[in-house]
Design a protein around this ligand. Structure first.
Ligand code: KG4
Ligand code: ZN
Length: 340
């Protein structure tokens, strides 16, 4: 019999409010990528409700895995490996996908690899851009994380900075709620900001002058909410587009300043952007301009791989397995898992 040369990994992701499964060949080729999102369910609460999320994951996980196998045209027997997210995230959510992954590994005898969700976001770039490679700096910005990471090599990370309070996506979502916009607020603020003046409201850029790579968005959020409330109390009309543009510019300014500094100080030739907020055009534009001036390559994933998905988990898990790593089946969910 001819020796099998390609390897198939089933990836599973359930760290927040997306139940996802994907089959990826050799860490780079997506054969299927199924995402069942709970956004519509959480929308009426203005954010993710953890208990509701875990119950939805329980209902969705097996149909989503079945769909990923069917879309890829494979069965469990064709797989070589199973990878699932084990942190960071909501513990009740993480446990559903992780338990499904470990149980399938136990039943099939396949190797199992637990994956860090933030590492998965970095791999979303390696999945689709052949020229994206370490050494690189990666800015991962989503509803749950804001991390600036020096990707020294595949699997070797140095976290340069992270948010000290709210994640960038969380800041977008919370301010959007006050504007009466539906969850998730990031895309709504971006849309409204298109016709607005980003200088209309002066908002603080937390930690921007500090000699570190950390972020802080809570001061900006409070200032934005105060500006909105005092305008309402005084009966001054608030321009939605101007307000949205000012908020977006404040968040983007803080992200771009620290990221560009990290690229300059590490001397890398490649910048990666990942996570849900990576879909923001203003952020893409500002980083793109700065990298062009420096002759640094700049990559971000297509929208379907910016948001939470399991293809990125399968890819990261595959490369860890190729390096000889395997996780024990008693691996537990780690809600506060760090990258290094
Ligand atoms: O990565 P993701 O799907 O889930 C988490 O791990 O959090 O990211 C979702 C976050 C939400 O906060 C959402 O508002 C934000 O990404 N987001 C955006 C945009 N698209 C999604 N923020 C700003 N601009 C966008 N275009
Ligand atoms: Zn994420």
């Amino acid at each position: 019999m001819a020796q099998k040369t390609s390897r198939l990994c089933l990836g599973i992701e359930s760290s927040c409010d997306e139940t996802a499964a994907a089959v990826v060949q050799d860490g780079r080729q997506i054969l299927s990528n199924v995402v069942s999102t709970q956004t519509a369910i959480h929308q009426k609460y203005g954010g993710v409700v953890p208990e509701v999320a875990s119950r939805q994951h329980v209902a969705a996980i097996l149909p989503v895995i079945d769909a990923a196998l069917a879309d890829a045209g494979v069965s469990l027997d064709d797989l070589d490996l199973i990878a699932a997210t084990y942190g960071p995230g909501l513990v009740g959510s993480l446990l559903v996908g992780l338990t499904a992954g470990k149980t399938l590994a136990l039943a099939t005898g396949l190797p199992f690899v637990g994956v860090n969700h933030v590492e998965g976001h970095i791999y979303a770039n390696f999945l689709v851009h052949d020229q994206a490679a370490p050494p690189a700096v990666c800015l991962t910005v989503s509803g749950g994380h804001t991390a600036l990471v020096h990707v020294v090599d595949y699997g070797v990370y140095r976290v340069l900075g992270r948010t000290q309070d709210d994640a960038a996506g969380e800041a977008f979502d919370k301010i959007a709620r006050v504007l009466g916009l539906p969850y998730p607020g990031g895309p709504q603020i971006e849309k409204l900001a298109r016709t607005g003046n980003p200088q209309a409201y002066a908002l603080p850029r937390g930690l921007i002058d500090e000699p570190n790579y950390h972020f802080s968005f809570s001061g900006m959020k409070t200032a934005a909410l105060n500006a909105m409330n005092s305008a309402r109390q005084q009966g001054t009309p608030v321009s939605g587009p101007d307000f949205a543009a000012s908020v977006q510019e404040a968040i983007v300014d803080a992200l771009v300043t620290k990221t560009v500094r990290a690229v300059d100080e590490t001397g890398v030739g490649c910048l990666l952007l990942s996570g849900g907020v990576a879909a923001n055009r203003r952020l893409q534009e500002r980083l793109g301009e700065a990298m062009e001036q420096r002759g640094v390559d700049f990559f971000f994933p297509p929208p379907a791989l910016c948001v939470d998905n399991a293809a990125m988990i399968a890819s990261a898990g595959y490369f860890r397995w190729r390096q000889g790593e395997m996780s024990s089946l008693d691996l537990n969910a780690v809600p506060g898992l760090r990258l290094n």
